[in-house]
Design a protein around this ligand. Sequence first.
Ligand code: KG4
Ligand code: ZN
Length: 353
Amino acid sequence: MYILGIETSCDETAAAVVIDGKTIASNIVASQIDLHAQYGGVFPEMASRAHVEAISPVVEEALRDAGIGYEHVDAIAVTRGPGLVGSLLVGVNYAKGLALATGKPLLGINHLEGHVYSLWLTQPFREILFPVVVLIVSGGHSELLLMTGHGQYQRLGGTLDDAAGEAFDKVGRILGLPFPGGPNIERAASLGNARAYNFPRAKRDDSYDFSFSGLKTAVLRESTVPSSAAARRGERGTDRTPKLRTDISVNDVAASFQSALVEILVEKATRAAKAYQATEVLMAGGVSANSLLRQMMRSASELPVRYPPLNLCTDNAAMIAAAGYFRYNAGLRDDLSLDVAAMWPLTSASYDR
Ligand code: KG4
Ligand code: ZN
């Protein structure tokens, strides 16, 4: 069964064809990183415009790469939310147009469920036995889930403030590193001493929630010079941007920050896996590309640890197509009234609908 996946929830215009929810026939990602890097983050208005320009060529390339035409597609899966409304609309409207023109079934997919199903695209595939604990860590989300079957999710906890990737991006900005912060902090950290600074490990309690804004503030305090009283009053000609101290080592701060953040993710995920008698710990999302996180999770967990290959950690449409396959198999379909859902928590209800 061929599923065409379309993803435009944030700053990547992506389309892919996946066979039987497991085999990638094509996977095209047009990244807007260069466009947004100059602003130090994703600029929503620019993102939707860039999606409009890229969507059609990206979808066509995905079909061409897979060596198929629309007639071979069994269903169209598109990210419906959560994400930036303007960006989501581009993908959803395009998918609706295709569904209308081709008569193929339409499936609205939760972006987080897409990240979960990126785990089903690892090759060679070993069957995943439920229940599993899934840690989704991306630029917009940090969620700890118990997955008891296809489409069956129980939320154990999540971030109370910044997402893990967002914390990487904000700290990257403080340290003057290019956007996105994650991979650049990882690079700087590999040259630094993780014990140089003792940053706070927030939410060291028995919940499964995370909090990263205190950690970010601690990095800000440690590594920048406070702005002058005149700047704080907003007087003309004064600059409010905090200046990086010249006597700190960016590499040491990056390494200490990274290890504080990773430590807390690992602690909560491994504790949840034990408490819920999971068979495995699964990780997905942009931050699961982080090699310290992968390594620390593997050494702390008594259970097998699984994460997607690097190109499937960050946003892509193959994961949306994979999630679409399982949704299709469960008999779920959407019609042309499908609307975007900027906020859409991942619960079993979104599957049972
Ligand atoms: O999953 P993703 O592409 O987008 C969202 O759905 O949000 O994740 C992007 C996030 C960014 O915040 C980026 O800084 C982070 O993933 N990221 C990393 C690494 N690679 C990407 N964070 C830490 N280490 C990395 N190697
Ligand atoms: Zn994502």
